[in-house]
Design a binder for this molecule. Structure first.
Ligand code: MN
Length: 754
């Protein structure tokens, strides 16, 4: 079948209602003629015999059945087969289309279909019968559920869905003869399920026609309005299209294009309707009722043609889309632009190569394009697209149909996935979403407390990626807290926003605590405290001087390092604080002085570290030197991140402000099981089979956990191993290194200092 570059509608062999079985026969003969024309040179007599046999069989089975339109029932399956001719499908699909309602509506056993028409046709008819039994729920919330059902159905064989879509298109075209209530229900279902599905499969003309029928039955007045507007002034309209076409042609020729085609057509009604709704426009404000299309040989030509168009007319900002560089999920490729003509009318222009155009016309159906025909003229261009090639390779290589289906599903639905709660509720997520995204999708509080998940019954970590159809049970703990690293793997903006806002409030809380300690320390030096200031109303002066709105903000500012506490106090209470000091005290000195006079409060943090005099402080171990329990350490007050603890010999500490030093000590119990520390160990070994396993065993033998391992080979053919391991103390680390050195063929092993 030749591709009509301007085709916007699938064509039926007849438009007027038929009223007798004789007419039906003539109708079938017309279909057969069209088939011969479309598949010229690519069919055998056997194909014709089988199609005729299917027709006779179905006509006999449907004998006496009448469509609501009054036509003999058999005209419907023939019409569906006729629509399929436009999509270049294989003969099995055409036969299945003719037989598609036989099992469902005439009590014919599926075994008969298998017996007379073979297993391929049988399984297609079986699939169609099953789809027709699916009850789609038609409110918006259940859309995901409906899609899932469709995915499962198409999982068997995409041809089933393509036939089903043509079945639906024919039913939509004859919807007028049904009662009003039924019309609305069927149209809604079509708009919510079938049209998006056609779009996903790249079947654009099917999609547009389905949508236009939906518009007619759901918003009749708007439909009529658009129709009238486009139909009126027919001559004017054609003159307009011709004028634009001739200008484009002339410019392209002048530029030097030899091979190109240009077409113009009115836009589909539904796309005009959507524009009115989405942009809150009045119908009168819609001027771009027409779309133009330029088809050129190569991708380079596309961009050059775009340049020609943009030089000719001013492009409308924000309306250029490059679907060539960034194809849609269904592999649609084209350049889209809207330009403004001197008359002020916007005008949409699509530019693509003829190969891209072919894909646009046939969509996923190109996969089943009639075999011999493909070899004659299509194979090279079809193979141009990697996805089409993949489709073909999958089908021939993958023996397990489930596996094939798996790949098809992933490819077609790569933008979003549908997963389930244990109760069967559907959650829609972007592709690559993780278990944690799911948890946030269910509820924010759940997300914040998530520690892991069970996917299809198997335990997985929170960053585990989800797949279509997964059933997910979230495991939460009240002790869980979100970490900064969560932001690195969550995909949904909802999860990102919730984690960020949690981290912000947590950081604020820590800064507030630290600020309070620093302020109290300064106040104690003058035998004052916060409580007294609050009691005698002096705190207002402090807040005002700091230009904050309340005490909390002042404390956060101090803790975050934004407010210099001594300057603030000197300004707020000059009489008390303006004392000349010879040498500024370090915070350490201040704190220890303060601690000497009062009860020393010592508390341990999660890391098994003690900070002088400070309760509830955030303490973190510096990444540059990763000190271990038992090693001499030094704390530094950071800006907004609590206290950072370094090894005393860490070179970094020389660069840090000595005024921010603070004493830190390890708690006596070095083997506190709750804390472990990640260090990197570098090992050099002689190449030997099994040496890696021996080293790994040595590390595990002292109870240290391996977090990651890297293996490489040096230029001298020595093996270089790098392990990240979690240890509880310096003593344990020493132990690990001793054990590693004891392994034969180990040359060197040491802790890595960065
Ligand atoms: Mn049907």
């Amino acid at each position: 079948m030749a591709i009509n570059p301007n085709s916007t509608n699938l064509v039926l062999p007849h438009a007027e209602p038929l009223d007798s079985a004789t007419d039906a026969d003539a109708y079938f003969e017309k279909f057969l003629e069209d088939f011969k024309k479309s598949y010229e040179g690519n069919y055998v007599q056997d194909d014709l015999d089988k199609l005729r046999l299917a027709y006779i069989f179905a006509k006999e089975k449907h004998r006496g059945q009448i469509r609501s339109s009054g036509e003999p029932y058999i005209t419907h399956p023939v019409a569906v087969a006729s629509l399929l001719l436009n999509l270049n499908v294989d003969v099995a699909s055409l036969i299945a289309a003719i037989l598609h309602d036989v099992v469902e509506d005439t009590n014919t056993p599926i075994e008969d279909i298998n017996k007379f028409f073979g297993d391929t046709v049988g399984s297609l008819v079986d699939g169609l019968t099953k789809i027709s039994k699916i009850k789609f729920r038609s409110n918006q919330e259940k859309l995901a559920e409906n899609f899932r059902k469709m995915v499962i159905a198409m999982a068997k064989d995409l041809r089933v869905v393509i036939i089903k879509l043509c079945d639906r298109l024919h039913n939509m075209s004859t919807l007028d003869s049904l009662p009003d209530g039924k019309q609305g229900r069927i149209a809604t279902e079509t708009l919510e399920i079938y049209a998006p599905l056609a779009n996903r499969l790249g079947l654009y003309s099917l999609k547009s026609q389905l949508e236009d029928f939906c518009l007619k039955h759901l918003h009749y007045e708007t439909y009529q309005l658009i129709k009238t507007k486009i139909a009126s002034k027919k001559a004017e309209r054609e003159a307009y299209i011709n004028e634009v076409l001739s200008i484009i042609r002339k410019e392209l020729k002048e530029y030097g294009f030899k091979e190109f085609k240009v077409y113009g057509r009115p836009k589909h009604f539904y796309s005009i309707y959507k524009k009115i709704i989405e942009r809150h426009l009045d119908f009168e404000d819609i001027h771009d009722l027409f779309a133009f299309r330029i088809i050129v040989p190569t991708v380079k030509d596309c961009y050059e043609a775009l340049g020609v168009v943009h030089a000719l007319w001013k492009p409308m900002p924000g309306r250029f889309k490059d679907y060539i560089a960034m194809p849609k999920a269904n592999m649609y490729q084209s350049l889209h632009t809207t330009v403004i003509r001197p008359s002020g009318d916007p005008c949409e222009i699509q530019i693509r190569t003829s190969v891209m155009h072919e894909t646009c016309e046939f969509g996923v159906a190109a996969h089943w394009a009639y075999k011999e025909k493909k070899d004659l003229n299509g194979s090279q261009s079809l193979n141009h697209f990697s996805w089409l090639r993949q489709f073909m390779e999958w089908q021939s290589e993958i023996k397990d149909p489930n596996e094939f289906l798996e790949s098809v599903k992933v490819d077609l639905f790569e933008e979003e996935i549908f997963v389930f709660t244990p109760k069967g509720d559907v959650i829609q997520l972007p592709a690559n979403a993780t278990a944690l995204d799911f948890a946030f999708g269910v509820h924010t509080e759940l997300g914040l407390k998530t520690v892991g998940a069970k996917i299809n019954g198997r335990l997985v970590p929170i960053k585990h990626g989800l797949k279509n159809g997964d059933i997910i049970e979230i495991i939460s703990s009240k002790n869980q807290k979100p970490g900064k690293d969560w932001l690195n793997f969550v995909k949904t903006s909802k999860a990102k926003n919730r984690i960020r806002s949690y981290l912000r409030s947590e950081q604020r809380e820590e800064s507030r605590n630290l600020g309070q300690v620093i302020l109290e320390t300064e106040l104690h030096a003058k035998n004052l405290d916060l409580e007294t200031l609050i009691k005698n109303g002096k705190i207002e002066i402090l807040v005002k001087t700091a230009r904050e709105s309340n005490l909390d903000d002042v404390l956060v500012g101090i803790g975050y390092g934004k407010i210099a506490v001594h300057d603030l106090l000197t300004k707020a209470f000059p009489l008390i604080f303006q004392v000349i000091e010879n040498k500024p005290e370090t915070i350490e000195e201040k704190i220890s002085r303060h601690s000497a006079g009062t009860t020393v409060k010592r508390s341990s943090s999660q890391k098994g570290l003690l900070v002088s005099g400070i309760k509830g402080m955030l303490v973190s171990v510096a990444k540059c030197c990763s000190p271990l329990p038992g090693e001499a350490v030094q704390g530094f007050i950071t800006l907004g991140r609590g206290i950072s603890v370094h090894r005393q010999d860490c070179p970094r500490t020389f660069a840090l402000d000595p005024h921010r030093k603070i004493d830190v000590n390890w708690v006596s119990d070095e083997n506190d099981v709750s804390s472990s520390h990640v260090v990197t160990i570098s090992i050099v070994v002689h190449e030997r089979a099994g040496v890696l396993a021996d080293v790994t065993a040595a590390i595990s033998s002292v109870g240290a956990n391996i977090k990651s391992a890297k293996v490489s080979v040096s230029p001298h053919n020595e093996g270089l191993l790098s392990f990240e391991i979690a240890v509880k103390s310096k003593a344990q680390l020493d132990d690990v290194i001793k054990k590693i050195l004891a392994v034969s063929d180990v040359i060197k092993a040491s802790r890595k200092n960065s």
